[in-house]
Design a protein around this ligand. Structure first.
Ligand SMILES: [Zn+2]
Ligand SMILES: [Zn+2]
Length: 145
């Protein structure tokens, strides 16, 4: 069962969770659904913790030959974002609430981004949104089930 990771900034009130990138994210290309690779990042367009596109080399070469735009924020479409590095909870103190440093600096304020793994486990079942994007990563439909 996934655990949402909460990210916070040490200098400003920016905070958000990996929860925003859960659910089904797919491209629809030539009528086929292709899973969209994504990660959690800080977007400087919408100044939030958001799901951001990750364009893999394989996809760039094959499916995305026609694609023109670089990876972007899946919330506002900005290309100006930083991917938050993947970090693991401290094995000595799992889920005690001690936030882990991600190494990422929040450019707007110069604060450090920490990951907090102490959030509650929760199960969303089938309630996660299905989101569909075109080849450029522009959202086509969003339906909350
Ligand atoms: Zn900040
Ligand atoms: Zn954004």
């Amino acid at each position: 069962m996934p655990i949402p990771i909460k990210y916070t900034c040490t200098k400003c009130d920016l905070s958000g969770s990996t929860f925003s990138s859960w659910g089904g994210f797919n491209y629809k290309i030539n009528g086929k659904l292709i899973p969209l690779s994504r990660s959690t990042g800080i977007c400087y367009g919408c100044n939030s913790i958001v799901p951001v596109e990750i364009l893999s080399d394989e996809q760039r070469n094959e499916l995305f030959r026609k694609r023109k735009s670089p990876a972007h924020c899946l919330s506002c479409g900005s290309h100006n974002f930083d991917v938050i590095p993947h970090v693991e909870p401290d094995p000595e103190r799992p889920r005690t609430g001690t936030p882990v440093r991600t190494g990422l600096i929040h450019k707007t304020c110069g604060g450090r981004i920490y990951a907090d793994f102490s959030g509650p486990n929760f199960f969303m079942g089938d309630n996660l949104p299905e989101r569909i994007f075109d080849i450029e990563g522009i959202e086509i439909t969003r339906k909350e089930k």
